[in-house]
Every structure is written in C-alpha cells, then in structure tokens.
Design a protein around this ligand. Structure first.
Ligand code: BGC
Ligand code: BGC
Length: 618
C-alpha cells in the first residue's frame, strides 16, 4: 500500500489528502454540482425535445387527474402546494404512498429519470399530520443560534424523507423590511447579516453533509430577490398591499439588503432557487435576465436550477402565456411551477423551441442544471431505487424531535418587559388563571403554512402541546390552573397569564395596515388587570404588533412568535427552568405611522419602541 502511494504524483496525493480533510458539507458545494456534467452529457444527448421539456415541468398533485401524465409527458418534478394533500387524505401513509405511486410512473419512462417531489416544509414537514412543527423563521431569528437552525434543518429533512419526498421550498432568505407584509414571519430577520447566517445554516441542515445521502433533501432558497422589500400601496380594494409588489430600490440597495442570503446559500451549495413573484423597479424577477442569469448564475456562480413560483409565469406582462414562457425561460428560468397548466406549458414551450424563439442551448442548459442535481442526489443511481424508505416512519414526530422544537421555542422567546419580578412564575403558586384566544389553540400557535396553506385555528390541526396544556403540566400538583378565554373570573388567582395575538394567515392574505391588538385581546388583558393580580402577557404573532396599551397593563410581556406544536418551550421560560435569551430579529414599532421601520433605514429616524436586538433576561 505505501509503495503504491509513493508512486502517485505529489499533486494527486495532496488532492487526496485535501479531499479527506474537507468537511463533508463542502461536497455539495456549487463546484461539485457542475462536476456531474460528465454524467449528464450522454443522457442529454439521448433525450428528445419532449423529454427535455418534461424535465422542466412541475405540475401540482391537486391537478394531476391521471398519474400516467407523469409517464406520458416525461414530467421532471411534482409539487404539493400548501393545501394539496393526497387524495386518500392527510396521513403519513397516504403521503408516502402518493410519492411512491408518482415516482413509479416516472420510472416507467424510456430513460427512467426519477421525479423530484417538492413541498413547502418551511417549519418542519408542516403539511403532514403528526409532523413536528417548529417555530416560524421570525422566532428562529431571535435565537441567534445557527447550530440549532442547522439541527432543525436536519430533523425536517428526515421527516420529509420519511414520506419519500426529496425537496423543500425552503429556506426563505427574505429580509422583510416592512412588517405589514404577511410573509414577515417566513423571514429570519430584517437584518441581512442574520439572514445570511441562518439561511446558510438551514441549507446545510436540509441538504445534510452530502446531497446523495438518503436523509438529505434538496433545499430551495426563496424568493429571489427583493420579496421583502416591496413598497406598500393601497389597492383599489382600499386595503394596503405589499405581497408580490414592486421593490423600488437601486441595485446597490438590492445587493446590500436582499441579495446576501443568496450569496451564502449558494456558497453552501443550495441546489435550487425560486425566483420571486415581486418586481424589481417594475420588472418581474421571473422575467429578469439581469437577475436570473447575469447576477445569480454568472456572477454568483449558482450551478443548480431555478424553479418559478406557483403560476408566477402567468403574471409576466405584457402577453399571453406563450410570451410569458418565452420571456421567463430566456431570462434563465429552468423549471416552471405550472400547477394546473402543465399541458399547455409543455406544448407552448415546444412551439417556442420549434419557432426558434427559445434556443435549444437554453433548454439544454436548463435540463443540465436539473439533471446535475438529480445526479448529485443519487437519484440517477439505478442500484438505488428512489422509493420511500418506510423504516423512517417510526421516528416521525418522535419525542426526541419534539425536544429540538421545544428548545427552539424557548430560545426564540423575547422578554420585552418584566416588572415586580412577575417572571419567573413559581411552579407552586396557589392558582394561575390563564386567558386569551391563543392560550389553548395549536392552530393559532402554528400560524400559516401548517396543514393548510393559510393555517387554521383549532385543535384538529396537528398533535402537540398548547401553551395552556404546557402550563398545566409544568406546575406542582397543588397548583390550580383555571382558564377563561376572555380573562373573566381571575379574581383571587395568584397571577394571570394572557396569551394573545394574531390568527393564522399566509401569503396573499396576511398583509395588514393595522397591527394593533384587537379588542378581544385588549379586554382579555384588562380583565386580568381588573382582578388586581400580576399580569403576564404572551404574544403569539408572526411579527411585532402595536401593543402599547396591553404593555402598560402587563407586569411582564413575552413575544413568543409562532412557536409551533411545542408549547412547553414557552412554559420552560415562564416558570424559570430556562432564562430568556432571545433577541429581537425585527425592530418593534410604537405606532403604525412609523412603518416601514428597520435597521437598514437612516439611523436618524430610527426610534422604535424596542430596538433590533432587544431582549431582557433575569
Ligand atoms: C409561494 C411559495 C411556495 C409555492 C408553492 C407560492 O405561492 O409564494 O413560497 O413555495 O407557492 O406552494
Ligand atoms: C396553494 C399554494 C399556492 C397558492 C397560490 C394554493 O392553493 O396551496 O401553495 O401558493 O395556492 O395561489
């Protein structure tokens, strides 16, 4: 053995030693995605135009009436949108069966190229009943803990792979600049530096040490670029809108605030990126050659593929669907999320190629990028059929994984106020009165993108522990815990805890012109106050809100964000098992007229109620 080694040229030896030393995370780096091109080439040479266009097409499960479409149209990818569940219902079994069934359809094609199945696993495998639901990114930003965010990515990947699925449309590396935006909670922070750190950590966690691992999922940084920078406008409906709007900033600002998350995720080897619905100075991101090809692929060296957002091509103006396809594919889009219009997409794109409006070189580049990723993931390895590994079912939603989520919840809590030592609460208090619409509601605690696209109030959402249940299980056996939603009947209690805030929402529906607490919440807090007892307020919300009145009445105030299924992370801090360590990932305004308010604006006008990075402890 040593003599053979000696015969190797020094450079080869050095390379061998280096590759043994390089941490495995680097193996999925952008360079190595393109290193699969030698494997892609012979396959590409064999492919017909129909087969190539099929690879670039992504229908939604909801619209696939005949699974044989996957075979007949050479489909390269399928997604399940926010509410697109298996036809047999929402269960681990049904999701896994659905994946396997569609994958088998793909394996029947002439070349047997497997599909990539994509979902929005944005805080755990959140569409599947029984999955662990982690805090939304707004809360993870407050942990300032990249190692934890990476671990959450790992757990999420393993839950996703249990259903066979190998692709998640995450992480969001948006840097939301205006909290009126309904997708604020999907972003880690208004500060691009924190977005960079945590976006990279999430990517590493999801994609794992090696994309080829059966426990890795393909990550997808989104929404490229400037989704969090759109201008607030009042629409014809009289309501304020930011979602899918126009980001009116110069290129320097775009690079400084909105691009950083892509720089680090590309370096971390992210295999997919989703161009955004929003425009940049009037031009849709999905139509911009400057953004997709020049900046992302040429300058940043992104070697993976671009997937358009849900029906985003339809929004490209001017023009009919065919022109929109032409513009977007020529701008650099590689795969189209065309949930229900996949058949039309396929025929129009074929015409465009035949008419010379989309060059064959562009099609070949797109397919090369998609197949690189499939090679990197080991999907093209015929000795390893890409079907679900059902042995992973047994740890789905396991107690160990719930512990990771519980840790994330407690590290994400931000203590905004604590007077008269209201916190921590004694576990042996005689009686604790809990109140508020978000005290005993898993759905509200999880927020949007949970089981349903927009999320849903109520107990049926998925398993887990509500904050009320967590409080009940934390206290001593002598402590009485009473509950009323409106805070009535608190007289005589040792202390009151009001759990208030927002109800679930997601994109398109979550923009708000008024973030003041509603009347119900204010009267809940007021009722506890009237009882003459110390009051602790816990805010469950996807963003800072206008809390002045409740803050004045409460002795202690905790921002809990959208914690997910593990309410015990909240009680861990309330009862002092852990000290609060969370720091604000967003600036907290005094009033609506301060918005937009964030650390990237000129320091002169920066006068929030609580600054970015604020957070008390004891
Ligand atoms: C959202 C994306 C999401 C996609 C698929 C779109 O409407 O903007 O974030 O990944 O739907 O569900
Ligand atoms: C889907 C989402 C999608 C939205 C866009 C919903 O039905 O579930 O994933 O983003 O439609 O219109």
């Amino acid at each position: 053995m040593p003599t053979r080694l000696l015969r190797w040229p020094a450079a080869v030896l050095a390379a061998a030693v280096l590759s043994a030393l390089i941490p495995p995370g680097c193996a999925t780096g952008p360079k190595t995605l393109a290193s699969h091109d030698a494997q892609v080439k012979p396959i590409l040479a064999k492919m017909t135009l129909d087969e190539k266009i099929g690879q670039m097409t992504q229908p939604d499960l909801d619209y696939i009436n005949d699974p044989a479409d996957v075979t007949n149209l050479f489909i390269g990818s399928v997604l399940s949108g926010g509410s697109s569940d298996p036809k047999e219902g929402n269960s681990l079994q049904a999701w896994t069966d659905t994946y396997d069934r569609l994958q088998q359809q793909a394996l029947k094609t002439r070349l047997g190229i497997p599909i990539l199945y994509g979902v929005d696993a944005v805080h755990g495998h959140n569409n599947v009943l029984g999955a662990v639901i982690f805090p939304h990114n707004v809360g993870l930003g407050c942990t300032r803990n990249p190692a934890l965010v990476e671990k959450i990515g790992r757990v999420t990947a393993e839950e996703v792979r249990a259903t066979g699925i190998q692709w998640t449309f995450a992480p969001s590396v948006a840097a939301p600049q205006d909290i009126r935006w309904g997708r604020t909670y999907e972003g880690f922070s208004e500060d691009p530096v924190l977005v960079q750190q945590l976006g990279e950590a999430a990517t590493r966690g999801l994609q794992g040490p090696d994309l080829a691992s059966p426990l890795s999922v393909l990550a997808c940084a989104k929404h490229y670029v400037g989704d969090g920078g759109t201008t607030y406008v009042v629409g014809p409906d009289g309501k304020g809108h930011l979602d899918q709007g126009d980001t009116k900033v110069d290129e320097q600002t775009l690079r400084k605030i909105h691009l950083p998350g892509y720089v680090t995720t590309v370096k971390a080897g992210v295999g997919a990126i989703m161009p955004s619905y929003n425009s940049w100075n009037g031009v849709k991101a999905s139509a911009s050659r400057r953004l997709l090809t020049e900046i992302l692929k040429e300058e940043l060296g992104f070697q993976g593929f671009l997937i358009s957002d849900y029906n985003a091509l339809d929004q490209i103006k001017p023009g009919d669907f065919k022109t929109s396809i032409e513009i977007s594919i020529n701008a650099g889009m590689d795969m189209a999320m065309v949930p229900g219009s996949y058949k039309t997409f396929i025929s129009r794109l074929k015409e465009l190629v035949q008419e010379g409006r989309v060059p064959m070189s562009r099609i070949d580049d797109a397919v090369t990028r998609i197949l690189r990723v499939k090679f990197a993931m080991g999907l093209m390895d015929k000795s390893r059929p890409p079907l679900a590994d059902r042995s992973l079912h047994k740890s789905f939603g396991s107690p160990e994984r719930r512990q990771v989520a519980r840790q994330a919840v407690r590290e994400s809590l931000v203590l905004l106020k604590n007077e008269r030592q209201a916190l921590p609460v004694s576990k042996s208090a005689a009686r604790i009165h809990v109140a508020g619409k978000n005290a005993d509601d898993i759905g509200n605690q999880c927020g949007g993108w949970t089981i349903d696209w927009q999320g849903k109030s109520g107990p049926v959402t998925t398993g887990g522990t509500t904050i009320l249940a967590a409080i009940r299980s934390a206290v001593s056996s002598n402590t009485q815990v009473t509950f009323s939603k409106d805070g009535s009947g608190a007289q005589g209690a040792t202390l009151g805890i009001a759990v208030i805030g927002e109800l679930p929402y997601a994109e398109m529906h979550g923009d708000r012109s008024d973030l003041a607490l509603d009347k119900e919440d204010l009267s809940t807090v007021a009722n506890l106050k009237k009882a003459g007892i110390p009051v602790v307020a816990v805010l469950v919300s996807g963003r800072p809100m206008i809390i002045n009145e409740a803050l004045a009445q409460a002795d202690a105030f905790v921002a809990a964000w959208l914690p997910g299924t593990e309410g015990q992370g909240v009680s861990d801090v309330l009862f002092g098992d852990y000290k609060p360590t969370g720091k604000l990932s967003f600036s907290w305004p005094r009033s609506m007229d301060q918005l937009p308010l964030n650390v990237n604006l000129p320091a002169a006008g920066y006068d929030p109620l609580f600054k970015y990075g604020y957070g008390l402890s004891w």
